[in-house]
Design a protein around this ligand. Structure first.
Ligand code: SAM
Ligand code: DTB
Ligand code: SF4
Length: 330
């Protein structure tokens, strides 16, 4: 068959998607795939808008998990200094500054295996309430949580919980050994049950093959419903972590993955996440064309650099992309 022959692409809206269908999508000629994804994107989203979130690491380093990519794992010797849980005032000052810089969602990350009980969790709940009072959307990423904790976060006003599957099921054991794929899925189910929106994606460039990326997209597209927000990170190589030195991902594989995610999950917000400092403008533009419509802004992610705000502002201007307006306070 001519590789450019139009095909009927699978979409999560139509129910369960087979792994073979995702593999076929990822094998399509790149430009055909991007062309289709751009069409799907324009049917479901405003192609002139980009959702902007800002991150803050509220508790840094010393994490008991052994995620092979992470600067914050206590299992690896990295240059990162540990920092205890920040105060509510410190966090809200950072959130207010982020809002001033144009972020409409504030995402707070903690290097925990699981959400702790007691005062630290109460403090996080106060941070969520405070971010909401600033009129911003609130997102947290705190590791595993149970149903009751998810309900408390919802009660505090939390909009999104970020919990990534990172990679496909078969490659997962090469990346993390201290928790299972099903542990991740159980937390995501608890978040859903509480009525909090799910932000769930992965990292490309962890030494996986295209097959591994197909498996990841297959898992994500078959979540019921698929995640409302899907971060696609490319590995930020951190010296001292086992994944540092992994083979660099070719830019076309990133674009291909973004485009396939857009076709499979038409209504999901796809975030071009970690790794943008290593992407040239043309690659980022291609990702936006292929369906990415969300980024992290601010010059730092959690512990690693992000493009300077002026650099991002210039890129968005060149592409005539506007940030999504601030959501009104609830
Ligand atoms: N401890 C919590 C957890 O793992 O769910 C929350 C914080 S963790 C740093 C949030 C996510 O950041 C991870 O799930 C991973 O996908 C991503 N991440 C961490 N280090 C990264 C790196 N070096 N490059 C790209 N993405 C990374
Ligand atoms: C996600 O998928 N990417 C963000 C957010 N969720 C929490 C984090 C990226 C972290 C990159 C490495 C660092 O800065 O520590
Ligand atoms: Fe801990 Fe999260 Fe880093 Fe894994 S990714 S080591 S759970 S902070």
């Amino acid at each position: 068959m001519d590789p450019h022959t139009p095909v009927t692409s699978p979409t999560a809206a139509a129910g369960q998607i087979a792994l073979a269908e995702v593999e076929a999508l990822l094998q399509r000629p790149l430009l055909d795939l991007v062309f289709e994804a751009a069409g799907v994107h324009r049917q479901h989203h405003d192609p002139g808008r980009v959702q902007c979130s800002q991150l803050l690491s509220i508790k840094t380093g010393g994490c008991p998990e052994d995620c092979g990519y992470c600067s914050q794992s206590a299992h690896h010797e990295t240059a990162l200094a540990r920092e205890p849980l920040m105060s509510v005032d410190q966090v809200l000052a950072a959130a207010a500054a982020a809002r001033q810089n144009g972020a409409e969602r504030f995402c707070m990350g903690a290097a925990w295996r699981a959400v702790p009980k007691g005062e630290p969790f109460e403090r996080v709940l106060a941070m969520v309430r405070g971010v909401k009072e600033l009129g911003m959307e609130a997102c947290v990423t705190l590791g595993m949580l149970d149903e009751e904790q998810a309900a408390q976060l919802r009660e505090a006003g939390l909009d999104y919980y970020n919990h990534n599957l990172d990679t496909g099921r078969s490659h997962y054991r090469n990346v993390v050994t201290t928790r299972s794929y099903d542990d991740r899925l159980a937390t995501i189910a608890n978040v859903r049950k509480a009525g909090v929106k799910v932000c769930c994606g992965g990292i490309l460039g962890l030494g996986e093959r295209r097959q591994g990326r197909a498996e990841l997209l297959h898992e994500l597209a078959n979540l019921d419903p698929p995640p409302e927000s899907l971060p696609i990170n490319t590995l930020v190589q951190v010296e001292g972590t086992p994944m540092a030195g992994s083979e660099e991902l070719d830019w076309t594989e990133l674009v291909r993955t973004v485009a396939a995610a857009r076709v499979l999950m038409p209504t999901t917000a796809i975030r071009l996440s970690a790794g943008r400092t290593d992407l040239d403008e043309a690659t980022q533009a291609m990702c936006f064309l292929a369906g990415a419509n969300s980024i992290f802004v601010g010059d730092e992610l959690l512990t690693t650099p992000n493009p300077e705000p002026a650099t991002d502002a210039a890129l968005l201007r060149k592409l005539s992309l506007l940030p999504v307006a601030h959501a009104p306070s609830e």
